[in-house]
Design a protein around this ligand. Structure first.
Ligand code: GLY
Length: 373
């Protein structure tokens, strides 16, 4: 049954194996459902709109055949004209050049404004395909099918789309919300352990900024070698959904989701994107939390618990590059304002201060240097 209108949270329904758990209500665009579970093919069918007569299924070299193909097959069965596009997996593909190649393929295939892009994969695929949807013919619909933990708890929700540039990460992009988000739990079972760890870094971030109980639940886990429970994932997703609802365009509270990211993006750029985003976020959270302790803004025991949890998860806790290599990238960070570096810093586990509506604090290069090691 096509989903003609978004459902409210009080009338949640499910496909055979995927449950409709949230509606994201970003105010700047129409609400959209988040479905979680197994069986993305049926779930895609359930959210597909009859007016989308063309589909563009975008995946990378890891996801296109494995997860994209069955979705494309079902869309063809529904009578859609389907174009399947693929690019090499990995952050180095998240560029304007890749986007241009995909755009040209869509133009050559005469994909029209009434089409819907189905992005299938992790953060790189969702960010890139979302940006493609944001600008193709001035904007078309898209759906996210998230197959990594990191994408499920973060990238799939909230409408941030972007590509990287040699000047830094995610510097060219747009806000463009998807029409539906499918979180494929079965896909997590095929995810390499290291990728699970990277996703857990974003779960820890959500716990630190807004949900101390989630932090405690993560601390209580005895093993991080299996995908986290659906309950834990949904708790993390709930943090993101709640923040996006009040501040979809990052004018205020959404900046709290950047905890760890000022340092993380600089590390990623300084290491030429060889440091994975989740690993960089783990290191970034530690350096930024250390800085907050140094400034007297965060109790030391909160820092100690963040470090201990990230270490137990198996995430890196030390910067992989010298401070001097990362320093130039702070100047071009999206949050830098009037030359001042902005960091989103928690005040306690689960508590973030609004700071006159800024939700960030100005810090200096010298302070970041002191927090680096
Ligand atoms: N990943 C942070 C945000 O979506 O705002």
């Amino acid at each position: 049954m096509p989903l003609d209108a978004p459902r409210s949270q009080t009338t949640l329904t499910s496909t055979a194996r995927m449950k409709h758990l949230f509606d994201v209500r970003p105010r700047v665009s129409e609400p959209y459902p988040v479905l979680c579970g197994e069986g993305p093919v049926d779930a895609l069918h359930s959210v597909w709109r009859p007016e989308w007569r063309q589909a563009v299924v975008v995946g990378d070299s890891n996801t296109a055949a494995l997860f994209g193909k069955p979705l494309a097959l079902r869309l063809r069965e529904l009578g859609c004209e389907v174009l399947e596009l693929e690019f090499p997996a990995g952050e180095p593909s998240k560029t304007r050049a890749t986007k241009e190649r995909l755009e040209d393929a869509m133009l050559a295939a005469r994909i029209e404004r009434g089409a819907c892009i189905v992005a299938v994969g992790g953060g790189v695929v969702l960010d890139l395909a979302g940006f493609l949807a944001a600008t193709y013919l001035r904007g078309i619909a898209h759906i996210h099918v998230a197959t990594t933990l990191l994408a499920q708890v973060d990238a799939a929700i909230g409408g941030k789309t972007a590509v990287d540039t040699p000047f830094g990460k995610n510097l060219i992009g747009a806000f463009h919300h998807p029409r539906a988000v499918l979180l494929d739990q079965a896909a997590l079972r095929s995810l390499p352990l290291v990728e699970l760890r990277h996703g857990l870094a974003e779960c820890v971030k959500h716990a630190v900024i807004r949900d101390e109980m989630l932090f405690k639940s993560l601390e209580r886990l005895t093993s991080f070698d299996d995908p986290p429970s659906a309950e834990l994932i949904l708790r993390s997703v709930a943090v993101k959904v709640a923040i996006v609802a009040v501040d979809p365009l990052e004018h205020g509270e959404r900046r709290s989701l950047n905890f760890g990211h000022t340092v993380a993006h600089a590390i990623e750029a300084a290491t030429n994107h060889t440091t994975a985003h989740g690993a960089a976020v783990a290191i970034g959270m530690i350096i930024e939390a250390r800085l907050a302790v140094m400034k007297g803004w965060l109790p030391k025991d909160a820092l100690d618990r963040i470090v201990a949890l990230l270490e137990r998860i198996g995430l890196p806790v030390r910067a992989p590059c010298a401070f001097d290599a990362a320093a130039p990238f702070f100047a071009i960070d999206k949050k830098t304002s009037e030359g001042r570096i902005q960091c989103a810093l928690p005040e306690q586990l689960g508590v973030f201060g609004a700071h006159d509506g800024q939700w960030t604090r100005s810090v200096t290069l010298a302070e970041l240097l002191r927090a680096w090691t």
